[in-house]
Design a protein around this ligand. Sequence first.
Ligand SMILES: [Zn+2]
Length: 289
Amino acid sequence: MNTKVKTLTTVSALLLAMALVTACGDTNKTASGGNQPAVNNAGANNQGNAAPGDSEADNSKNKGDQGNTSTDHSGADNTGSSEEGTGPDMAAASDVNSVAVLVNKEFALPDDYNPSDLVYPNVRFTFKEKIEKRMMRSEAAKALENLFDGAEKDGIYLAGVSAYRSHKTQTALFNRYVERDGEEKAKTYSAVPGHSEHETGLAIDVSGSDGKCAAEDCFGDTKEADWLANHASEYGFIIRYPEGKDSITGYKYEPWHIRYVGVDIASEIADRGITLEEYYGSIPVTANP
Ligand SMILES: [Zn+2]
């Protein structure tokens, strides 16, 4: 009955059904197509209401373009390291204090993790309140300011939609989804607490300044998304969940979700058209608690 996934193989469809969750889980995405508004979660008010509910988690809109494989990274000046020569710093992958920490469906942050250097980046957001989801770790915040400035010089006006999300907030969100839909179903559209990259303070969902298509698939067709795909790495950010990498990242294409990793790593990832997972290669799943 579902003709819109007919371009997917059975295996892919299964993978989508089983593996894909919504990385930016505050978007009130529902696998059931329901549209109940997110209610306020205690302690961290209104973290869940920025993005409109977006489409169901199928990924049928393939454009066949990774978007960033030919990224010009003129800003990739050296800061002393040489990734190609020495390989990735594997310790950074599991170091929660590193801006290159790897957080995904396998690797979680510790339950008690709270970034110590959160600040409010001085950039436009789609909302006015000075609340948790406006915050990022200081190095990422500074880089984000530079990125927004660079975009504006090219006539691209970006806005932040949702950045940091505390473990407490993610837990409240997830628990609410579990209550509503059951744990198995909740996992298909919301990140399990500890596994959301938003908890690092290094990731942010962005949109155009008009807020249209915020955290929705249609953002991929905007000039803002195009600019990000081509320039984010110059400022140390990567498109964390590129198109066609679902089976590696565990997430469908999210052109709006950018992650700070530093210019060196971002440039290498963009140049090679890879993901953060591929950058680190195979990592034992038992590395983190
Ligand atoms: Zn996100």
